[in-house]
Design a protein around this ligand. Sequence first.
Ligand SMILES: CCCCCCCCCC(=O)SCCNC(=O)CCNC(=O)[C@H](O)C(C)(C)COP(=O)(O)OP(=O)(O)OC[C@H]1O[C@@H](n2cnc3c(N)ncnc32)[C@H](O)[C@@H]1OP(=O)(O)O
Length: 178
Amino acid sequence: MIESLRLLHDRITGAAPPPELLKEMTRAFEDLAVELGLYAVSEREQITGHRIDLPGRGQALVPVFTVDESDDEHVRGSVRFGRYYLGGNGAAHGGAIPLVFDEMLGRLANAGGRPISRTAYLRVDYRSITPLDRDLRAEAWFDREEGRKRFLRGAIFDGETRCAEAEGLFVALNPGQP
Ligand SMILES: CCCCCCCCCC(=O)SCCNC(=O)CCNC(=O)[C@H](O)C(C)(C)COP(=O)(O)OP(=O)(O)OC[C@H]1O[C@@H](n2cnc3c(N)ncnc32)[C@H](O)[C@@H]1OP(=O)(O)O
């Protein structure tokens, strides 16, 4: 279902249907929303975001980061920004790119049985445009750890071109901290 939703996001963003079809589709979306509302659950019980066996954890917010290889210190894979993430002139939106870094760095920060941490800051440098509809290489790695503080870095490449890079600080949560 989430795969279909991602496709729908891309198609909606890239389409200009006639008004009659727009009305028809709007009604169909509203009907679906009402039907799903009957099955509302708490955060703990929801499926999206919790399916770590699925690319993108089964949630539609973040562009899917597909892992090719990983250990407790590094992760390498690919990411593809669909039309939904368009900023302008064929480039990904500058707000969509940090979503991917937060996901990649955040998952690595909490990998290897380390206690859960949260992003304290995420700095992103945009080195070149990040093109849509291409498989981009994405990497993240542990830089250093100082007590509860974990510093991680990441980068996204289009071939040999460095599109964007990031540095994040993740702070391990104290017991009882939300
Ligand atoms: C399978 C699931 C995979 C999930 C992957 C996705 C991961 C997504 C992760 C997220 O997006 S989490 C959501 C976004 N982040 C937040 O909502 C965090 C909100 N902020 C907080 O909860 C707290 O500010 C935080 C836990 C980050 C730190 O607060 P604490 O009270 O625990 O720590 P404290 O303020 O005592 O700081 C601890 C150390 O970190 C340092 N620090 C904290 N925030 C900092 C900051 N922003 N910049 C620089 N240093 C910072 C602080 O100076 C100190 O350094 P020292 O120990 O050297 O003195």
